[in-house]
Ligand binder design. Sequence first.
Ligand code: GAL
Length: 454
Amino acid sequence: MKDLGQVDLHPNNFGPDFQWGVSTAAYQIEGAHDIDGKGLSIWDVFTSRRGKVKNNQHGQVACDFYNCFENDIRYVRDLNIPNFRFSVSWPRIMPTGRYPVNQPGIDYYNRVIDFCLECGIEPWLTLYHWDLPQALELKGGWTNREIIDWFSDYTELCVKSFGDRVKNWMVMNEPSVFTGAGYFLGIHAPGKTGLKNFLPAIHHVTLSTSAAGRILKNILPEAKVGTTFSCSHIEPNTSSSRDLAAAKRVDALLNRTFIEPVLGLGYPMEDLPVLRRLEKYIKAGDEALMPFDFDFIGLQNYTREIVKSSFFTPYVWASLVKAEKRNVPITEMKWEVYPPSIYHIIKKFNAYPQIRKIIITENGAAFTDELKDAEVRDIERTDYIRENLKYVLKAKDEGCKVDGYFVWTLTDNFEWAEGYHPRFGLIYVDFETQERVIKHSGLWYKSFLKQKTR
Ligand code: GAL
C-alpha cells in the first residue's frame, strides 16, 4: 500500500485510457425555461413556490447555457478537458413527458453534441438529472409504476436521436438524492414526503434504470452504458454497538439501496429493515428485471458522514453528526473536506465483483470565491481537487478498477435548494452579466491535463 506522499500526481500515471472530464446538469445551467416549446419541469414548479429555494431563486436563466453553449464548450476545450458530461431535459424534448416530440428541443441537443464533436470533445449524456416533466408528476411521477414505460419511451427517443454520435451514456443521476430529498424529505422537487412516496419511487427508479440500460444496449450495442450513484464514506461516531449498527443502516440507505438491486443483489433489507416495506410494490417477475450489467458505474462523492444512533429519527434510527460541530474544515455546503473519503468509496465499490468499471462522475467543492482584479484565487478548491485526485490514484495504484474522473462542475450554477450561493465551478459566473472568469482551480486543471502525453 502506498502512502499518499509517494503518489506521483501526473495524468500519465492514471493510464492512457483514463477518462478526464467535467460534469453539468440541464436545469442547473440551461435557463431558457419556457423557450422553443419546452414543457414545465418539476423544478420549474418547485422553484415557483415561495420559500422552497434560498432567496426564492430559480433556474429560469441560470447560466443561459441554452444560448451560450458554444462559448462554454469552447472553455471546456481551452481547459484541455476531453470529456463533457451534460444531461437532457426531458420536458424540453417531450413537453408532456410523452409523445409528441418537441423538435426544437431535439435540434438544440443536436447542436450541443455537434459542437462538442467539432471541438474534439466527447459528449457524455445523462438521461435523468432530476427535471421530471411536471405533466408526469401530476400523474404521480416516480411513485406511479407507469413511469417505467414513460421513461423507456423517453430513453428510446434519446437513443434514436443522439446515439449516432453519443458513445457514453448515464441513465440516472444519484437516485438516492432525488428520491430521498424529493419524495421523502420534501426539500427538493417535487416536494413530496413520507414513506408512501419514497418507497414506490425507489422501486420504480430501480426498474426504470435497468429498463433504460437494456434499451440503450439493444439499440447501441457498442455504446458505453452506465448509471451514477451518490455515495459517502460512513463512519460510526463511537465504537459503541449502537453507533456501529446505526452506521450500517445509514450506509445501506445512502450507499447500497439503489446499486445493489441493479447488481443483482436485491434491496439491502437485512441491514435496513424498513426496506421490507418495499415488498408491497414489488410484483411477480420484478426481481429478474431489476439487475442490469452496466459497462460502468458512476460514483459521485463529496464528503464523509459520521453517524450516531438516534431514537428520534424514525426508520433509520440514526442521525448525522454535523461537520460544523466536529471542528473540521468544511465547504460552503457545510460538508467536511475529507479527501480520503473518495479512496474509501472506490475501495468499497471495487469490492463488488459485479461492477466492471468505476468512473468518478462527480467530485468537487463550493467555497467562498472572491472575484478580484479579474481573478478568482480559489486555493481551497484547487487543493480539494488535487488531494482527491491523489486518493483516486492511490486506489488505482492499488489495483482498483477506477477509470475516470469528472470535476463537478464547469461553471458556477443553480445549486438546487441552495440557489446560486454555493459556487462549485471551475469558472466563475457573474449572474447579472453572464460574464465568465476562469478560476485558479480551472487554470490548475488545465495545466494538469496539458501534461498528459499518452
Ligand atoms: C450532486 C448533484 C449535482 C450537484 C452536486 C453538488 O448531488 O448531482 O447536481 O448539485 O451534487 O451539490
